[in-house]
Design a protein around this ligand. Sequence first.
Ligand code: C2E
Ligand code: MG
Ligand code: MG
Ligand code: MG
Length: 284
Amino acid sequence: HVKARGKDGYRFYSESMSIDSANRLNLERDLRLALERDELRVFYQPQVCSTTNRIVGLEALVRWQHPERGLLYPRDFLPLAEETRLIGQLSERVLDQACQDVGLWIRSGHSDLRLAVNLSPVQVEHPKFVDTLMQRVRAHRFPAQNLEIEITENVIMNDLEQISQKLRELAALGVRIAIDDFGTGYSSLNYLHRLPIHTLKVDQSFVKAIRSGDDGACIVNAIVAMAHGLKLEIVAEGVETDEQLEYLRKLGCHQVQGFYYGPARPAEHISRTLAFPTAQAASI
Ligand code: C2E
Ligand code: MG
Ligand code: MG
Ligand code: MG
């Protein structure tokens, strides 16, 4: 969906804006119930080292197991959660569950395993954001250095002063900071060397453009080169094919994530995957 900034924060223009108000009310009521009935699920997608095939991180992606409508994806309910401020509770659940699951895997021998969590603009803009986040992390005794937060360029550009302060505090505590969907936002490159950023996530639209002879690949080349120069880690999103993986590997892109290695899956599935030392290409 397209985000535009309104007077009082973010407004989301998406399919959810066109559904009639009765449907909206139903969905809002259902979402409140979902929180009460604990219907939210956290799925994990592996982030794989492109040279060793080892799983270095897991990105937590929220799902909603709706009693009638089945498994719902973020695009079906996140915009509404953000508008209604249910996003605070939703994020708290996701973070709690993810700290619990990944904390267990870290303590059972995968000591360097990284947990990547997506944060919404509403959350990050809250004055008590750092305290709220760290309170949850500490409650689970989750090691801060194993945590990476994913924010978008828009969040940074929105209020550079405020965000710098918050990111500095988090970085000082050992938390890593990733820029999600890099290259698609409204941004200036100037912040990259002024803020404590650790990782750039190349948006999947640029990865899609990796085909022989396609000019779109130039953007991936440029982003990876820049990340190398700035000594930032780089994760390519949406890697689906052998060709894309090979291209990114040759380019020196450190990590890849995508359907090539598999979609986000429930914790039970990830537990079994982690029992093997290296990730296998998904059989698709
Ligand atoms: P994102 O953080 O950029 O996550 C990547 C999205 O691409 C995920 O969609 C993932 O399932 C999908 N994906 C992964 N590999 C591939 C691939 O190879 N091909 C294709 N076509 N897609 C792939 P998902 O799970 O539907 O999430 C969509 C967005 O919703 C996320 O984009 C993120 O911005 C947001 N989101 C997800 N979970 C949370 C959450 O817990 N909190 C917040 N605030 N936002 C979340
Ligand atoms: Mg993300
Ligand atoms: Mg992304
Ligand atoms: Mg996104």
